[in-house]
Design a protein around this ligand. Structure first.
Ligand SMILES: [Zn+2]
Length: 189
């Protein structure tokens, strides 16, 4: 029987780790449609630092894409929390093949797509810097994002919403303080 993979698949297009991390995390976190999630998984596998066969991603059903995207989201959230549960996903069945090329080494992989995606995501985030992985500052937003500039929210929408909330709370606190003051003054009379 021929070996499953004797020749490395050609990487589709190399991308700087920080750009790849930002693209993938945005597609996974800010989009909910199956096409965006499929693109996130495809980018990880076809363009990641350890690459696999992107065509395998094209053959997945929407249900398989949803399962993998959900696992990757859980993994990302676990990776920014400092408590249990930590991010852990089983990579069994994934094979990594590394060969020396002139100026370094090239690594490619095969096996279950979820495992390949997690391996590619882990390597990408290590290269991009895990310190750049942040949780959105809006308390009601669970989204993770890759920080490439001074940014505290996953999106402008979250930033505007949280600003408005904070403003309303400040107004309420101010009104409440005024009410207490007036009540005290009235009590003294
Ligand atoms: Zn957000």
């Amino acid at each position: 029987m021929p070996r499953k993979r004797d020749k490395p698949p050609a990487p589709v297009g190399w991308q700087a780790p920080i750009a790849l991390a930002r693209k993938v995390v945005t597609l996974l976190e800010e989009h909910t449609d199956p096409l965006s999630h499929r693109r996130a998984i495809f980018n990880l596998i076809a363009n990641g630092p350890c690459y696999g066969d992107g065509d395998e991603v094209k053959r997945l059903s929407d249900a398989e894409v949803a399962t993998i995207a959900h696992a990757l989201q859980g993994y990302l959230r676990g990776a920014v929390r400092h408590t249990i549960p930590r991010a852990s996903i089983d990579l069994s069945g994934v094979r990594v093949h590394t060969l020396r090329i002139l100026d370094g080494a090239s690594s490619f992989m095969d096996g279950p797509v979820l495992g390949q995606a997690v391996l590619a995501l882990t390597l990408t985030l290590h290269l991009a810097g895990f310190k750049n992985l942040w949780r959105c500052k809006a308390p009601d937003c669970p989204h993770i994002f890759v920080k490439t500039h001074k940014q505290e929210y996953c999106s402008g929408k979250c930033q505007r919403r949280h600003y408005k909330q904070t403003e309303r709370e400040a107004d309420r606190a101010e009104r409440e303080a005024l009410r207490v003051k007036r009540a005290r003054r009235a009590g003294r009379k």
